[in-house]
Write a protein that binds this ligand. Structure first.
Ligand code: DX5
Ligand code: ZN
Length: 220
């Protein structure tokens, strides 16, 4: 199994000490910090905004992989870049002009990602693949951590793997939702190169268990 990037989702972290949690996952070997931003409109949950991302930025040097589950998204792109986002991932379903939104992300200097909900076909990325640094496959319906992996998304991961390989471009294929030690290998074998994991990493056990959890997901 290729060794995937591991991006713990701080959605499952202790929100009372997010700075320490971000530092702990970096020390535990995380490749990126996955920041789930939710607005209670596009998804039925409300999490954090640019001010919190800015406060977290000094606590880790690894990339901030910011997943915007918000609509409209365009008004907030610059604010998340200024706060320290390295990758800004948006949902084509969240607005009418995904091409223009990706142009706006790239104009800030951030890397651009597109995230597909379980009901959104892989073909959605065909017109925009040449703009993407990352494709994020939602393997749960977005809004909450701790849900079960939707196995039907494995076929979408395989289809996207083929599209990315055919493009010859270096695009991260990331999977988000219900990723566990038990299914990580199947997800990577389907073609994923990065795994987002919340509850599978943040089990309240602190740095020692975070390192073990990350290593297990990596296939160690
Ligand atoms: C859903 C969130 C979750 C989170 C991961 O909107 O994006 O998928 O990152 O949560 P777990 O790993 O607990 O399923
Ligand atoms: Zn996410």
């Amino acid at each position: 199994m290729r060794s995937p990037l591991i991006a713990p989702s701080i959605l499952a972290a202790d929100f009372a000490k997010l700075g320490a949690e971000v530092a702990a996952i970096e020390a535990a070997g995380a490749d990126m910090v996955h920041v789930d931003v939710m607005d209670g409109h596009y998804v039925p949950n409300l999490t954090i905004g640019p001010a919190v991302v800015k406060a977290l930025r000094p606590h880790a040097s690894i990339p901030f992989d910011v997943h915007l589950m918000i609509a409209p998204v365009d008004p907030f792109i610059q604010a998340f870049r200024d706060a320290g986002a390295d990758i800004i991932t948006v949902h084509p379903e969240a607005g009418p002009h995904i091409h223009r939104t990706l142009q706006a992300i790239k104009a800030t200097g951030a890397k651009a990602g597109a995230s597909l909900n379980p009901g959104t076909p892989a073909e959605t990325i065909d017109p925009i693949l040449d703009m993407l640094d990352l494709v994020l496959v939602m393997s749960v319906n977005p809004g909450f951590g701790g849900q079960s992996f939707i196995a039907s998304q494995l076929k979408k991961i395989e289809a996207l793997r083929k599209k990315i390989d055919a493009s010859g471009r270096d695009v991260i294929l990331e999977v988000d939702g219900g990723v566990k030690a038990e299914n990580a290998r199947r997800i990577v074998d389907a073609g994923a190169t990065a795994l987002v994991a919340g509850t599978a990493v943040f089990d309240g056990g602190g740095q020692a268990s975070y390192a073990r959890n990350i290593e297990t997901l990596r296939g160690g």
